[in-house]
Write a protein that binds this ligand. Structure first.
Ligand SMILES: [Zn+2]
Length: 398
């Protein structure tokens, strides 16, 4: 669905009007906040010491190393690209240089680095009873079409394969669509919002007109308020609006990390990264929500893989392991498994359990009827920019 990200360069001036909202608690003794043009930054050294994780900053324009597990935090000067715990992760704002120090925005510390490095400490993380599986597109909306078939069918098949895997783990599963018909985006979000303790997982396959060789996985969660999405180079006034997805952006990021590390760790496709977007299904869901792009239908090799049902089964199983790891965050309060852990383990992916079709369909249909075709009403949006929060008054991590 989305196009590949463009490297951001023109953020500086819009950054000047950014009000920071943070959800991590900063203990004054541990953090040295550096103010530049009225905005808060933390040095990479400071971040590295706080987490006890070795960090590295490569010069602007240099290629980031992806196979250096001795540096769990890797940044590129002047860029939003980073590798965090072995997976590409896109910051909201570029790393800047000041007085010989590499600096990361406070927004990224709170909204990107903290939920990626310590997802188990995100409030209410891992609370899952119901998984809403959202196969992208449907009906007249085919999504991308390759020579082997349409995105809408591949996405539905992955969801159908994933459903019994999750049910076997004791999770309730609701599909936003059971067959080849169109469901409006706001209805998909409404289905998620109607279920208690739910998470929302949207399944898509990727496409681009720009580069026929583009490959790989990527995953999206909702862009934090006041930050640009990964594919945007500038903020707009709507970037400051409070949305249903804003209240759970940290939990969504943790879910993104759990699923992405599993998918990338189980299937050796190119790592495009953990990204941010304001897609309708992410914006309108008030429960943790992610959208996964499981490879490119526009690339010769990957479209063949996607057309293979066993490969799709593997993808479904890998997403299932990621969801299970997200749930475990709430129970074990420990960091989840990372790409490298999955690659080290030799255990094969779980086998698909027996599908109990009739039972599931009944439950799903009744829920879809419940939310029906009623129009989703957006909550009132803030017309004033968010107020600036001082370090002292800011609530961060426990
Ligand atoms: Zn799509």
């Amino acid at each position: 669905m989305p196009l590949p990200v463009k490297r951001c360069s023109g953020l500086a001036f819009v950054f000047a009007c950014l009000a920071l909202t943070s959800s991590i608690a900063i203990a004054a003794a541990e953090w040295q906040v550096i103010k530049i043009n009225g905005h808060d930054y933390l040095s990479v050294d400071n971040i590295s010491k706080f987490y006890g994780l070795p960090a590295e900053v490569v010069p602007s324009g240099a290629k980031i190393q992806t196979d250096t597990p001795d540096h769990p935090l890797e940044f590129v000067s002047g860029s939003r690209e980073a590798i965090i715990n072995g997976a590409r992760s896109w910051l909201c704002f570029p790393v800047i240089e000041h007085d010989g120090k590499s600096l990361v925005s406070r927004t990224d510390l709170a909204k990107t680095i903290e939920p990626l490095v310590r997802p188990h400490r995100v409030p209410d993380v891992g609370k899952v009873q119901t998984v809403i599986l959202d196969p992208g597109h449907g009906g007249h909306d085919k999504g991308q079409v390759s020579r082997y078939g349409a995105e809408k069918d591949f996405a539905l098949d992955v969801a159908r394969k994933l459903r019994p895997i999750l049910q076997a783990k004791g999770l309730r599963v609701i599909m936003t669509r059971e067959g080849d018909y169109f469901v409006p985006l706001e209805v998909r979000a409404k289905i998620a919002n109607a279920a208690r303790n739910s998470i929302f997982v949207s399944i898509h396959f990727n496409a681009t007109n720009d580069d026929p060789n583009a490959t790989g996985f990527e995953i999206f969660s909702f862009t934090p308020r006041g930050a640009p999405s990964t594919s945007d180079t500038a903020l707009t006034s709507s970037s400051f609006n409070m949305q249903p997805g804003s209240g759970v952006d940290a939990q969504s990021m943790a879910l993104s990390a759990c699923i992405y590390h599993s998918v990338l760790g189980h299937i050796p496709e190119y790592d495009r990264g953990i990204k941010r977007a304001r897609f309708a299904v992410l914006r309108l869901t008030k429960v943790p929500a992610v959208l996964i792009e499981g490879g490119f239908l526009t690339e010769r090799g990957e479209c063949k893989l996607i057309a293979n049902k066993d490969w799709r089964g593997k993808l479904a199983a890998a997403i299932g392991v990621g969801i299970e790891n997200y749930r475990a965050l709430g129970v074990k309060k420990q960091p989840p498994m990372l790409v490298a852990d999955y690659r080290k383990q030799t255990k094969p992916l779980p086998i698909e359990p027996v599908i109990q079709e009739g039972q599931v369909k009944e439950a799903d249909a009744s829920l879809i009827n419940l939310v029906g075709k009623s129009k989703f009403v957006s909550p009132p949006q803030a017309s004033t920019p968010p107020k600036k929060i001082s370090l002292e008054s800011d609530v961060i991590v426990p």
